[in-house]
Structure formats: structure tokens, C-alpha cells
Design a protein around this ligand. Structure first.
Ligand code: PEP
Length: 254
């Protein structure tokens, strides 16, 4: 945790969730209102089909809503895409960009992630920009260099960098049950912190850096207790309110 920073725990539902799953979101709100989530700020990112319904259920409460992606343009001939203004209109305040599953499946580049983060910022959304190395890159000893390159390429200049969140997600840890060692996470987050200082100056010291990749209630305390780890981006374990809340519950303000 970083001194003075409120942790953020974001849930990425990916392509999961029907209307029947909205009860999980209601349970998240109730727990947050009851003060059962430590000192974390919560964001849930359901599929786009559920954002409006979720917005109605979360309105006026402590749990924020995010999209999982946005197009860099505001509108136009982009079949199947969603703009940052549409997400905002539907009730979202955050959006994930540059997730490794999109980088892998659709060839999304650092430049595109950066354009999406800029579009999100222009609409007043908080962009959660994902970076992370593959297993081969880590085994070759290049994890910090790879992630540093992604950070330099994916983060936009912003008038208020505190409205930007970085999520370090080793690709090989996502959905696999594997996690890096605490030393490796701490090393990477320290490197990212240094880069944020280079790019954004003093504001970089308090920008949030999340860890993502197989975070569960059982390993959350160790991972989220590390220096420069300001919360988590959670995939599978965010689908059930009890697991998501179990992760958030260990968070303490830095
Ligand atoms: C993710 O998809 O961002 C993620 C971290 O997934 P999981 O928690 O399931 O590894």
C-alpha cells in the first residue's frame, strides 16, 4: 500500500453475467454500505449488457461501475464497439483498457490502449490501464523491461493523473491460479512507481497501481499488503460477491 492512498478493488466480469447475476452486485452494495469491505473503494465492471441495470442498482451507493473496454472515438461506424461517452451515459465512472485478453485476441497495441485511456479521460472516466508480461518474457528475465515499455506506450498525458489507474497483470497469472512471488510483485510495482514519477512528476507518487492475476481471498492479504500495491483487479473471484468482498475486506488505506 502507498501512504495516503485509498485502495481500489475492481472486479472484471469479462464475458460472464446475465440478469440473474445482478443479485451479486446488490450484495456488493449492501456489504459496502454495511462497512464490510475494509477501506477499499469498489468498482464492478460487468459486461456492457448489464451496465444500465447495474447503474440503477448502484445509484447513490458506495460501489462504482466500470466498462471493460471503450473505443478511442466518441461515435461513428464502429460496429460492436462502445465509446467512453456511452459508458458514461449508461452510468459508468471507470473503464478498463489494454487488458491482456484484448491485446492477445485483437492485437491491441500500447498506442491503442493509450488512445482509449485518453478518450476515457476526456469523458471524465477513470481509465484502468492494464500491463503485464508473458511467461516467456518473465522466464527470459525481461519482465520489468517489457512492462516499462508498455507503461511508456500506454499511458496518456493527463491534466489530472490521479484519474488514471495502472493494473499490473502478469499474463501468465490471469485465470491460472498462479501468482508471482511477493518479491517479484514488489519489484515490478516499485519499477512502475518510478516510471509514474518520471512521466507525471510528483503526482505519480500517489497514483494507484493495482495487482491483478489470480487474486483470491486466500492470497489477498499477502499481495495487497505489499509496498506500492494499491488494490487489485480481480477476474474470476469478482463474480461472486462473497469472494470479491473477502478480497476487498483485507484492504487498509496506506
Ligand atoms: C483479469 O482478468 O483481469 C484477472 C485478473 O483475472 P483473474 O483474477 O481471474 O486471474
Amino acid at each position: 500500500m502507498t501512504p495516503g492512498v485509498r485502495p481500489l478493488v475492481a472486479g472484471n466480469w469479462k464475458m460472464n453475467g446475465l440478469k440473474a447475476s445482478l443479485g451479486e452486485i446488490v450484495a456488493m452494495r449492501k456489504a459496502a454500505e454495511a462497512g464490510a469491505v475494509g477501506e477499499a473503494e469498489l468498482v464492478v465492471c460487468p459486461p456492457a449488457t448489464l451496465i444500465s441495470d447495474a447503474a440503477a442498482l448502484l445509484a447513490g451507493g458506495p460501489v462504482a461501475l466500470g466498462g471493460q473496454d471503450c473505443h478511442p472515438r466518441g461515435s461513428g461506424p464502429h460496429t460492436g464497439d462502445i465509446s467512453a461517452s456511452m459508458l458514461k451515459d449508461a452510468g459508468a465512472s471507470h473503464v478498463i483498457v489494454g487488458h491482456s485478453e484484448r491485446r492477445d485476441a485483437y492485437g491491441e497495441t500500447d498506442a491503442l490502449a493509450r488512445a482509449k485511456a485518453e478518450a476515457a479521460g476526456a469523458e471524465g472516466l477513470i481509465a484502468i490501464v492494464c500491463v503485464g508480461e508473458t511467461r516467456a518474457e518473465r522466464e527470459a528475465g525481461g519482465a520489468v523491461a517489457v512492462v516499462s515499455g508498455q507503461i511508456r506506450g500506454s499511458l496518456p498525458p493527463l491534466s489530472d493523473p490521479r484519474r488514471l489507474v495502472v493494473a499490473y497483470e502478469p499474463v501468465w497469472a490471469i485465470g491460472t491460479g498462479l501468482t508471482p512471488t511477493a518479491e517479484d510483485v514488489a519489484e515490478m510495482h516499485a519499477a512502475i512507481r518510478g516510471l509514474l514519477g518520471e512521466i507525471y512528476g510528483p503526482a505519480g507518487a500517489t497514483m494507484r497501481i493495482l495487482y491483478g492475476g489470480s487474486v483470491k481471498p486466500a492470497n489477498a492479504a499477502e499481495l495487497l499488503g505489499l509496498a506500492n500495491v494499491d488494490g487489485a483487479l480481480v477476474g474470476g473471484a469478482s463474480l461472486k460477491a462473497a469472494d470479491f468482498l473477502g478480497i476487498a475486506g483485507v484492504c487498509r488505506r496506506g
